[in-house]
Structures are given as structure tokens and as C-alpha cells.
Design a binder for this molecule. Structure first.
Ligand SMILES: [Zn+2]
Length: 63
């Protein structure tokens, strides 16, 4: 199963964050939501997790 990637560089942000998280979808959603809360001062809401989930991309092998 391909891993999913959440890439902060592709998310509108005021912090020029370069974090990239890869793993299974549920792992990435959880980690990215926690990161968004701790670093980007978002509220951890179902809406945030939905936005994270929609922003996920398939990991490109070999990168
Ligand atoms: Zn970030």
C-alpha cells in the first residue's frame, strides 16, 4: 500500500514550514493535525482533519 504524504510547503502557511510527513493515511492525518496544532496554532477539529486528509498525496517512490 502506498504511503500518503502531507507536505507543509504545499499548505498555505505564514511560517514557511518545510515539514513533510509520510505514512499510512490515518497516521499522517493524526501527525499532521497534531503538528498543525502545536506549530501552526490551529484548533484540532474535524474540519482541520478533513482539510489535512484532502491535502494528502500519494508518496512518489524513489524520492
Ligand atoms: Zn508545518
Amino acid at each position: 500500500m502506498a504511503r500518503k504524504v502531507a507536505d507543509c510547503r504545499k499548505t498555505p502557511s505564514v511560517m514557511n514550514c518545510t515539514l513533510r510527513i509520510a505514512g499510512e493515511e490515518e497516521e499522517v492525518v493524526r501527525a499532521a493535525a497534531e503538528h498543525a496544532v502545536s506549530v501552526h496554532e490551529h484548533q484540532d477539529t474535524p474540519e482541520l482533519r478533513r482539510m489535512v486528509r484532502e491535502s494528502l498525496e500519494d508518496e512518489q517512490p524513489g524520492i
